[in-house]
Design a protein around this ligand. Structure first.
Ligand code: MTE
Ligand code: LUZ
Ligand code: MOS
Length: 749
């Protein structure tokens, strides 16, 4: 089935937040933010701003009737700064006017006097000063202390990896309209309508039943709208409540980049021990997560870093520790992979360090340590249906890696200006929210008596094709044509208490609930048909209901109408909660993931050793989709995830100066992959596997895992540099921008 949004997207007919038809009298809200990263606010002078033409009001912390608090995990984040600011871009006031332009004029007239305080931007520095979001956490398997003595080789090192701007095409935004009795509807470009509902209620001081959140679709979220779509929705709701008027906000790209958090930068210290036959016996890693100025989702992101600290490798003795460090930057947040990529980056750095010191290829170490059936990970989960070795070997064989290696070696021996590099990147990614409590979902299905069907789930469409997958479930369960089914917006009045669409689990969780609802309706309809056809076996097929043996036929439409006239319920609501998962935080042991997703990618890059620039010749992937329910959409997720991961590892460089000012604050200074920088060839092969019972239709979650293939891009470039300058002593510090590549090409040993 083609993506149901394809035609409207291409024609520009799809509705995003800023396309919603505005009600006459709609006002515009502009957030006014801090220009220093850490300070006491001595005074705010709004007088001249308030007199500006077109300005209706300017709201500050004191204008909040409920709690000035939007922290999701910990209550440590005010909606509006009150007395002090902790990062540049922190919102101090909301300017409301008749147009955005008027608000911007007023913003220039607001005068804030600050009493500046010291600024910390580095996570290690924050840790030294005991500026932590929460106490550190540690996962432990086996006994590293005694394992070190059994190792033939031990290496230590450090890796650093930068953050990443989400760059959803649609910036953050929301549109609030007051309803009667102090209730309110807010259209929000959010991955988490319930999170928005909860915070609107909390800040406005009203119960959740007075707050309706509606989300049609997002022009991309990538985690950036899991938690951080909330403040803007709360701001317009607050303004609408004050003024009894519709209020809208649709952020300017530079405001969005400056005010919102990003992927967490991490710094890590590692120690890795191996035996002579290259088995990794012990691994210790300490992660320093740069959380920014408030918790946001950092504790959960840090947890996923720990869960993925050994990637696709079995290591019998592990200590993985992480600090969530508080700095004066915008709170960093969810981003595709959610800390997993940073955990994997460190173990790959450790393996590369060991390989280079031993004079072997990293691939030899990677291959020798891939997880197998029954292996235990550091958090106690025993792996089953493991496809790590299968994916690796299929990848090597199907793409003829041996010849590729020879061809690259030959190329490098004949060329000096251009050098090629290869890297292999296996992945193993856990599917489920690491917080067990979040793994549930609901769906609501109405069959109208004309036979048309409308579906609501808690899942949000953000370009990943969720709605198409939901439609497939309905169509396949009922055996009816897609034109009979409509997937409605995600709305907190129709589906309540939703988890955000995240953790790649959107299709699994909402799809399973939807399947249950459809099956319940189907049983009821079958019973109606059975009565009509005096107890014969009924099968729904191709829009017809066939009664076996007798040649009576009944169309779907007739059957639905008969059910209606017999007063049978044509609405069903179902609830699904992932079975089998559990986790004990006090022991840091359990079975947090429903299943894991596996795969292997081979990167080939050519580096121009005069300029430091590079081109990716090819990325060859073998991926474990299970039984993909929509290969076109799923391949799109692999391509997009891969390129997004490669961007993180290569071109995309977030720069804050030491005063916490975002220097890479626009697309002129922040470079993302474009059509010229994507690999010239991307091959994707589907691994033949059974799939998993807990995956929707045995079609495994696909949203986040492919991002981590991108890590291979970094090490492919490193290998090309090594081919040019074999003795260079290279740090591991992503991204590998052309500037850094150039410096490393000519670095002394
Ligand atoms: N694909 C597109 N086109 N746009 C997005 O915003 N977000 C990614 C991934 N793929 C995203 C995307 C992230 S971070 C997640 S968690 C999943 O989609 C969420 O959707 P799913 O749970 O339905 O896979
Ligand atoms: N969000 C969350 C996530 O709250 N918990 C998770 O485990 C998670 N994983 C990936 C992305 N978002
Ligand atoms: Mo994705 S980071 O789970 O929104």
């Amino acid at each position: 089935m083609i993506n149901i949004d394809a035609h409207n997207h291409v024609k520009g007919k799809s509705i995003y937040l800023d396309d919603i038809q505005e009600i006459h009298g709609t006002l515009y809200a502009l957030p006014f933010d801090a220009t220093v990263a850490h300070a006491k606010i001595k005074s705010i002078d709004l007088e001249s701003a308030l007199k500006t033409k077109g300005i209706v009001t300017i709201l500050k912390a004191k204008d909040i009737p409920g709690q000035n608090q939007i922290g999701g995990i910990f209550p440590d984040e005010p909606l509006l700064a009150d007395g002090e600011v902790h990062f540049r871009g922190q919102v101090i006031a909301i300017i409301v006017g008749t147009t955005e332009h008027h608000c911007r004029v007023a913003a220039k007239r607001i005068k804030v006097v600050y009493d500046e305080l010291p600024v910390i931007t580095d996570p290690r520095e924050a840790q030294k000063q005991n500026q932590l979001i929460m106490p550190p956490r540690q996962f432990r398997l086996g006994d590293t202390t005694s394992a070190w003595s059994q190792c033939d080789y031990i290496f230590e090192g450090r890796s650093d990896v930068n953050g990443q701007e989400h760059l959803y095409i649609e910036t953050q935004g929301a549109y609030a309209r007051p309803k009667e009795d102090g209730s309110i509807i807010v259209s929000s470009s959010t991955q988490g309508p319930t999170a928005v509902q909860r915070m609107v209620a909390q800040v406005l001081g009203i119960p959740m039943h007075k707050v309706e959140i509606d989300t049609v679709r997002l022009g991309g979220g990538f985690g950036g709208k899991e938690d951080q779509a909330t403040p803007w929705a709360v701001m317009v709701a607050l303004a609408a409540q004050h003024l009894h008027k519709p209020v809208k906000m649709s952020m300017h790209r530079m405001d969005d980049m400056r005010m919102t958090g990003k992927r967490h930068p991490y710094s890590a210290d590692f120690k890795i021990g191996l035996t002579k036959d290259l088995k990794i016996l012990a691994y210790e890693v300490t992660h320093y997560q740069n959380a920014g100025a408030a918790a946001d989702l950092s504790p959960a992101v840090m947890e996923r870093t720990l869960f993925h600290s050994t990637n696709a490798y079995y290591i019998p003795n592990v200590i993985a520790k992480a600090y969530s460090c508080k700095t004066n930057l915008p709170p960093n947040t969810a981003f595709r992979g959610f800390g997993g990529p940073q955990g994997k980056f460190a173990i790959e750095a450790a393996i590369v360090k060991a390989a280079e010191s031993l004079g072997v290829s990293p691939a030899e170490i990677q291959k020798a340590n891939l997880v197998k059936e029954g292996d235990e990970l550091s958090y106690g989960q025993i792996l089953t249906q493991v496809e790590a070795q299968n994916a690796w070997e299929t990848c090597m064989k199907n793409y003829d890696y041996e010849s590729q290696k020879q061809r690259v070696a030959e190329f490098n021996s004949k060329n000096t200006r251009f050098k090629k590099g290869l890297a292999i990147q296996p992945i193993c990614f856990g599917i489920s929210f690491t917080n067990t409590m979040m793994n549930h979902a609901r769906a609501l299905v109405h069959i109208y008596h004309d036979g048309s069907v409308v579906v609501s789930t808690g899942g949000v469409e953000m370009g990943q094709g969720l709605n198409t997958k939901m439609l497939q479930i309905v169509v396949e369960t009922f055996g009816i044509n897609a034109s009979k089914v409509r997937i409605e917006s995600t709305n907190t009045l129709r589906v309540a208490n939703t988890s955000p669409t995240a953790a790649s689990a959107g299709a699994d969780l909402n799809g399973k609930a939807l399947q249950m609802a459809c099956n319940a309706l189907l049983e009821r309809l079958k019973a109606v048909a059975q009565k009509e056809f005096t107890d014969q076996i009924i099968e729904l097929k191709d829009e017809m209901v066939f009664a076996n043996e007798v040649k009576t036929e009944l169309t779907w439409k007739d059957l639905v109408l008969r059910a209606f006239t017999q007063r049978v319920a044509l609405t069903e609501n179902a609830h699904y909660a992932t079975p089998t998962i559990h986790y004990d935080k006090t022991k840091e042991k359990g079975h947090p993931f429903a299943y894991h997703v596996y795969g292997t990618a081979i990167h080939e890059v050519t580096v121009d050793c005069l300029k430091g620039t590079y081109d990716f010749d090819s990325v060859n992937i073998v991926h474990d989709f299970g039984k993909s329910m929509n290969p076109t959409i799923d391949n799109g997720q692999i391509e997009g995830g891969l390129v997004q991961g490669m961007g993180w590892m290569t071109l995309e460089e977030i720069i804050y100066n030491d005063q916490g000012r975002l220097v890479s604050n626009a697309l002129s200074t922040y470079k993302v992959p474009d059509i010229y920088s994507v690999p010239k060839v991307i091959n994707i092969q589907h691994l033949e596997t059974e799939g998993h019972e807990l995956a929707i239709k045995k079609s495994k979650a696909v949203g986040e895992p492919p991002l981590m293939y991108g890590i291979g891009a970094y090490f492919a470039i490193r290998n090309a540099i090594k081919a040019f300058n074999p003795n260079a002593d290279l740090a591991v510090n992503a991204p590998y921008t052309p500037e850094k590549v150039l410096m490393d090409l000519y670095k002394k040993s």
